[in-house]
Design a protein around this ligand. Structure first.
Ligand code: SAM
Ligand code: SF4
Length: 335
């Protein structure tokens, strides 16, 4: 069957239309953020990771099924060797309206310009502190100056609506909400605060560091003239605009707000596992189909269509629980 006949078929059992995929192209990273990874991580051997050609094939199949937005993520997507070739392969696919990426920014000074040329539409850059020493502590190894140069390079390459992603942790960087918003305003960037999620066993108790977005919003409202906004970038963030500035402040609040009713996305790990929900275990393994049928997409398409029947209604995070809500780290599922 031709792809066009199957377009727009990704509708789940609750009637939600899936038009957004997040594809992790590596579980590796040059940082070890304390909320994302444990100090001692082991990574997948190369043969267990999708090749970039397999990644591109998956993107093409999903786009043919009506997906119009693709986020490339990781791990750190730009530490994957030849990552740029994937962007070049899919950047101008007909039907793909938005190709976006989440990155820690460490390699952006080298890649921003060619990524823009390849067709990347938008970039989210994760920054949890503007203090170099604290930045190193949170990332365990990261160099803030490189990330700041990466942000500059992205701006110079002409990317608009660059968004910072920040995870605030109590007693670690929760005093930086205001300076980070000041920085975003000065640089003409958006910023989103993401509540820490219990994904994977890290080296601290999640409930000891959790900061609710409700508290962050209250703090920021005391400092900035914020105007509630109905805008959306197609994700779960609720936005506020800073009056007289170009900056939007987003809040991604998986704990205090359940945004699952409008969920429009699925995630694919770098092993080719199609996860139907970030916070649940339901998944379909696509790698065996990719490898068993190198020239025939039909089994892959059938498996993806069938997965819509098992997409769960929503997640269920509980920070008090001793065990993580799901065992896999965000770096494995793809943030
Ligand atoms: N390495 C890239 C980066 O840091 O932007 C992309 C992958 S990272 C897993 C994607 C996003 O997930 C980052 O913004 C990061 O802050 C966030 N993240 C990772 N672990 C998280 C957790 N346990 N709870 C909330 N956000 C998390
Ligand atoms: Fe790496 Fe991103 Fe996870 Fe930090 S949040 S360890 S940069 S994957």
């Amino acid at each position: 069957m031709a792809y066009t006949e199957q377009a727009h078929q990704l509708i789940d059992q609750f009637g939600r239309r899936v038009d957004y995929i997040r594809l992790s192209i590596t579980d590796r990273c040059d940082f070890r953020c304390v909320y994302c990874m444990s100090e001692d991580m082991s990574f997948l051997p190369r043969e267990e990771v999708l090749t970039l050609e397999e990644c591109a094939r998956l993107v093409k199949v999903f786009v043919a099924l009506g997906v119009s937005k693709v986020r490339i993520t990781g791990g750190e997507p730009l530490v994957r060797k030849n990552a740029l070739s994937l962007f070049e392969e899919i950047g101008h696919l007909p039907g793909l309206k938005e190709l976006v990426m989440t990155t820690n920014g460490s390699q952006l000074e080298h890649f921003a310009q060619p990524l823009k040329q390849a067709g990347l539409s938008r970039i989210n850059i994760s920054v949890d502190s503007l203090d170099p020493e604290r930045f190193r502590k949170i990332t365990r190894v990261g160099d803030l100056s490189k990330v700041l140069r990466g942000i500059e390079a992205a701006q110079a390459a002409g990317f608009a609506n660059i968004k910072l992603n920040t995870v605030l942790m109590r007693g670690i960087n929760d005093d930086e909400a205001i300076p980070l918003v000041d920085f975003a305003i000065a640089q003409g960037l958006d910023i989103a605060f993401i509540e820490e999620m219990p994904l994977g066993a890290v080296d601290h108790q999640r409930d000891s560091t959790y900061v609710s977005n409700q508290a962050t919003l209250k703090l920021l409202q005391g400092h900035f003239p914020l105007i509630s906004s109905a805008e959306s970038t197609g994700g779960p963030a609720k936005y506020w605009r800073v009056a007289h500035a170009n900056t939007r402040i987003g809040f991604i609040s998986p704990h205090s707000h359940n945004f699952c009713e409008a969920c429009n996305r699925v995630r694919i790990t770098c092993k080719g596992e199609l996860y139907l929900c970030l916070g649940q275990e339901d998944r379909v393994d696509l790698m065996p189909l990719l490898r068993a049928y190198p020239n025939d997409d039909t089994p892959l398409i059938e498996a993806i269509l069938a997965s819509m029947r098992v997409k769960p209604k929503g997640h269920d995070f509980d920070l008090q629980r001793q065990a993580p809500a799901v065992i896999r780290f965000m770096s494995q599922t793809g943030g």
